[in-house]
Design a protein around this ligand. Structure first.
Ligand code: UFG
Length: 337
């Protein structure tokens, strides 16, 4: 089956493409490589292009017989979205509109959309289910919520089927070590902690130790990138088999929270076995961080029959650590500091 993966050269998208190709699908990757990497586009056919380019989209859909689109192509830095909201609304919303319009025009009526827990804003209760009020506190979350709204009205007006998957904290790497996280700048906790272990970074700063949590640091729901991808595959199958029609949304998380300190301690215990040490520093709170973000993902488990496989934090850290050790400048080093 032919599938288009927009943003398939990015962190989650590249894992998705690999999974789909391994399952026997023919995948076209559309990526402008602004945050994606050619080196991650190992599977599928890469078309270097932008969702702003409506002529390119028209040609692409005319030339292929896509049955489904999986859409990851978006900017995702919360802080940047506050200082440069135009960039976020233009790409994440306007360009997605181009994609949806091309789909409708060419009668490709199934899409899996990469949404986020950031559409909820500050938690009113925890764990959060899909009924939790959506009141984003930054333009990134707002841009993703706008697309969810578009998907709902496109379902009614044009018969577009969609599944919006609201990720909590994506992490981990391909266990075969072909793919992993390559953000520049890197802002996520787990890769930063492991860079502090490998020596690519001097230390890890804990952003705030005075939150109303057990150890005072923020609690997050860390979900392995492959578990996210499994859910996309199931969502796609559910639409194509007719089990799901119209617009749907699901949370994707493990339903278990780990604090920043717990993540650092688990990483420290893991890397200590290889003789590494993680230097930790205290820092001020980072603006906009809720104390606790944990998913209730029962709906995805019940409706999509999704069952995350890599729920153990040390397994997640192990995959990310093996990937970190493969990064340029680190391969072959004896890691003694
Ligand atoms: N943190 C640190 N030090 C660091 C980096 C992060 O203490 O150097 C802390 C953060 O303050 C936060 C936790 O680690 O408490 C996790 O931070 P991440 O940046 O890894 O992830 P976020 O929870 O901020 O962000 C994730 C997604 C976003 C999404 C957001 C809300 O990456 O795309 O969840 O759902 F918007």
């Amino acid at each position: 089956m032919e599938i288009l993966v927009a943003g398939g050269a990015g962190y989650i998208g590249s894992h998705m493409v690999k999974m789909l190709v391994k399952a026997g699908h023919v995948v076209t990757v559309l990526d402008n490589l602004s945050t994606g990497h050619r080196s991650l586009a190992k599977y599928g056919e890469l078309v270097e292009g932008d969702l702003a380019d409506t002529a390119l989209l028209d040609n692409l859909f005319a030339q292929h017989d896509f049955k489904c689109v999986v859409h990851f192509a978006a900017f995702s830095l919360v802080g940047e979205s506050v200082t440069n909201p135009a960039k976020y609304y233009r790409n994440n919303v306007c360009n997605t509109l181009n994609l949806l319009d091309a789909m409708v025009k060419h009668d490709v009526l199934n899409i899996v959309f990469s949404s986020t827990a950031a559409t909820y804003g500050n938690p009113v209760y925890t764990p959060m289910d899909e009924q939790h009020p959506q009141s984003p506190i930054n333009p990134y979350g707002a841009s993703k919520l706008m697309v969810e709204t578009l998907l709902q009205v496109y379902a009614k007006a044009y018969g577009l089927n969609s599944v919006a998957l609201r990720y909590f904290n994506a992490c981990g790497a391909d266990p075969e070590l072909e793919l992993g996280e390559l953000h520049d700048p890197e802002t996520h906790l787990i890769p930063l902690v492991l860079q502090a272990a490998s020596g690519r970074r001097d230390s890890i700063c804990i952003f705030g130790e005075d939150y109303p949590t057990e150890d005072g640091t923020c609690v997050r729901d860390y979900i392995h990138v492959l578990d996210l991808c499994f859910a996309h595959q199931l969502a796609m199958q559910a639409m194509l088999s007719g089990q799901l029609s119209g617009a749907h949304c699901f949370n994707l998380g493990n339903g278990e929270g780990f604090s920043v300190k717990q993540v650092i301690d688990a990483a420290q215990a893991m890397v200590a076995q290889e003789g590494f040490n993680i230097k930790v520093q205290q820092a001020e709170r980072r603006e906009g961080d809720p104390a606790v973000l944990v998913a209730n993902a029962d709906k995805a488990k019940q409706t999509l029959n999704w069952q995350p496989q890599y729920t153990d934090l040390t397994t997640i850290l192990r995959h990310a650590w093996e990937w970190e050790k493969k990064q340029p400048g680190l391969v072959g080093r004896n890691f003694v500091y």
